[in-house]
Design a protein around this ligand. Structure first.
Ligand SMILES: [Zn+2]
Length: 322
């Protein structure tokens, strides 16, 4: 009921869609609150037990330290049928290095993220053999009769393979966001919501190059979802240090001379039509994001660059670039 109340509040608050009915196989799980000390105990190095009301003691794999003073936990079952128990705790944010360094992060075409430092990162996907196996399974699924035992088995195998991909992606997002939060004081990223708003609002000042890159790739939806997760985790780990930047023109602007031209961008390469400056297109965009973020970060602190890590959440309005 608590979750439902929150869902309705979100819906009427306009931030979320109307809560949907639950469905078997989708987001299976439940939350237990008012956990008492002693409801969680460690049996051995790798095994723990948790007392679940109406069920009793349930064993789980002690894969990481259970935080002290746990008040609630959530038991979930993913699509691949794996059960998890997650103990709720708000982790300490990662402290800023205090170097004053600002980084811009851009979503890439060929790579997943490009940093203004020139580094690029790619989210791990399925390997060649795994992908071959997946397409084989998909063909098998198409041939399997409806409701047959074989169909169920093939489907389960497909789900396991996809779950493996999801695991890898999430792991990569955790590592990447931790590294960014540890290495840089201020992290500039694109605000995708702004992009969507400008695109739907009117004809659009949004970079045409972006539209190409958004259509590019088979995993667009997954990458977009991954980006939202990456941005969210960054804000968890570096609260007040993430600056969201409107993505308009970041991919068409020359970082050397500021000339804006659609023609400057040719797939993965940026070559400025005005000054001839050349760079990896995603890195060039990341540098623009960094520069915008730098300006906004200063504004958000009232121009005081020596204030150290910003404690408060930056004001959204201040940070929106149009
Ligand atoms: Zn230029």
């Amino acid at each position: 009921m608590k979750d439902f109340a929150q869902a309705m509040a979100n819906f009427f608050g306009g931030t979320h869609r109307r809560p949907a009915w639950r469905k078997r196989g989708q987001g299976d799980g439940f939350r237990i609150v008012a956990v008492k000390t002693g409801d969680v105990r460690r049996m051995s190095r790798n095994v723990g037990e948790v007392r679940i009301p109406k069920v009793g003691w349930v064993r789980f794999r002690w894969s990481r330290a259970v935080p002290g003073g746990v008040k609630s936990y959530r038991v979930t079952r993913d699509r691949a049928g794996r059960w998890f128990v997650a103990f709720a705790a708000v982790p300490e944010p990662i402290p800023a290095p205090g170097t004053g360094q600002i980084v811009g992060v851009d979503r890439g075409v060929a790579v997943t993220v490009a940093l203004s430092t020139g580094e690029t990162g790619r989210v791990p996907a399925l390997g060649d053999r795994e992908r071959a196996r997946l397409s084989r399974l998909l063909r098998k699924l198409a041939r399997a009769g409806r409701g047959s035992v074989r169909r169920g088995k093939v489907r389960a195998a497909i789900t396991r393979l996809r779950a493996r991909e999801t695991d890898r992606r999430r792991d990569w997002i955790e590592k990447t966001t931790s590294e960014l939060a540890r290495r840089f004081d201020v992290i500039g990223i694109e605000d995708l919501n702004i992009g969507g708003m400008t695109r739907s609002a009117k004809g659009t000042p949004k970079a045409p190059a972006r539209n190409v890159r958004q259509k590019a790739g088979l995993n667009r939806g997954i990458l977009t979802a991954g980006w939202g997760r990456l941005a969210g985790r960054l804000e968890d780990k570096a609260p007040g240090r993430v600056v969201k930047v409107g993505p308009a023109f970041t991919s068409q602007t020359c970082n050397a001379c500021r000339h804006v031209a659609r023609r400057s961008r040719d797939q993965a390469l940026f070559r400025c039509v005005a000054c001839g400056h050349q760079d990896n297109a995603d890195v060039n965009a990341a540098k623009n994001i960094r520069d915008i973020a730098a300006g906004l970060a200063v504004n958000a602190r009232g121009g005081d660059r020596d204030a150290g890590p910003v404690k408060r959440e930056p004001q959204r309005d201040l940070l929106l670039m149009r």
